[in-house]
Design a protein around this ligand. Sequence first.
Ligand SMILES: Cc1ncc(COP(=O)(O)O)c(C=O)c1O
Length: 371
Amino acid sequence: MLLHKSPCQPPAMAHHQHGAHAIPSQRVKLHHRGKRNSLMSVPQAAAQEASPQTSSPQPQQHTLGAACRKDFPILHQDVNSRPLVYLDNAATSQKPHHVLNALQTYYSHNNSNVHRGVHALSARATTDYEAAREKVARFINAASHREVVYTRNASEAINLVAYSWGMANLKPGDEIISSVGEHHSSLVPWQLVAAKTGAVIKHVTLTQDTQELDMKHYKELLTPRTKVVCLVHVSNMLGAVLDTDYVVEEAHKVGAKVLLDCCQSVPHMPVDVQALGADWVVASGHKMCGPTGIGFLWGREEVLMGMDPWMGGGEMIQDVFLDHSTFAPPPARFEAGTPAIGEAIGLGAAVEYLQGLGMENVHAYEKELGK
Ligand SMILES: Cc1ncc(COP(=O)(O)O)c(C=O)c1O
């Protein structure tokens, strides 16, 4: 199947275009890495050219956007002689002072490795790093902080599941359910693992009229051979919101696991992982006002407990012998080597910031913008 990068505009949530989806009927290649600039929105392209300047007077509307504009230092510049308006949040969001200050504080006062030093700085860094995990867990209503695994981004989180769980559980003839509306990051890891295991990927189509996932087709594809369903919660292309209740219930009926790609829901609406009922949820910190280089995998504790390590290194071990090792319980089992400490702390600050705005308010405001 060939892929297509559609230039269509996203509807409600200023969703970006760089995550292409597969359109089986069009034999066009969607991913043109070299042509990315031609797809940039004007503000994004302008932002690249601009150098910081003194800000022009800002619009004085009483909206959530106007109220929080002051929190984002990058917006306080003119681009092409006009106050910068940034609409490419689905690709990556800007960072508020609260997050920048958290990074500054960590690197200026507490920089140290975590979980391995006996000195004061290491103790502070470890406390803040683990406190950030607690903040993320509360933000998504995880049952425990042990269910939150730090990753570099959502892509790494999906790869973690595909390689750790997929390589151990998929065999020839098993089926993976994806859709034609997935981001590359949730499509390609399963392609790689399917090629290694002999599993087959089936793609749910979209409805003609609303471009939502075709639930009739989804139900037809589910069989006892289905082992995992990996679908986007809110589409970065179309803004369509998945009927997660139906998807999860039907998948679990046939014994399949469910991974939800929540990259575009976690920053834009309240997300409660226990209510979603899936087995795994992934998101990227940089799309939710946090730093780059940090994201997370949420997994139900018993599911994570049953998964083998994906990458080996320091921190993820219990005991090391010359010829073998034993492994720490999750989440440490999946966090090999020195993690992105400052970035995880920055992510904690980002969820504090979003909680301060109120995710219900964010969602309501974005729906208003989309009208
Ligand atoms: C729906 C969706 N899934 C996954 C990703 C991948 O995110 P990242 O590149 O941060 O891993 C994106 C990024 O645009 C996305 O929009």
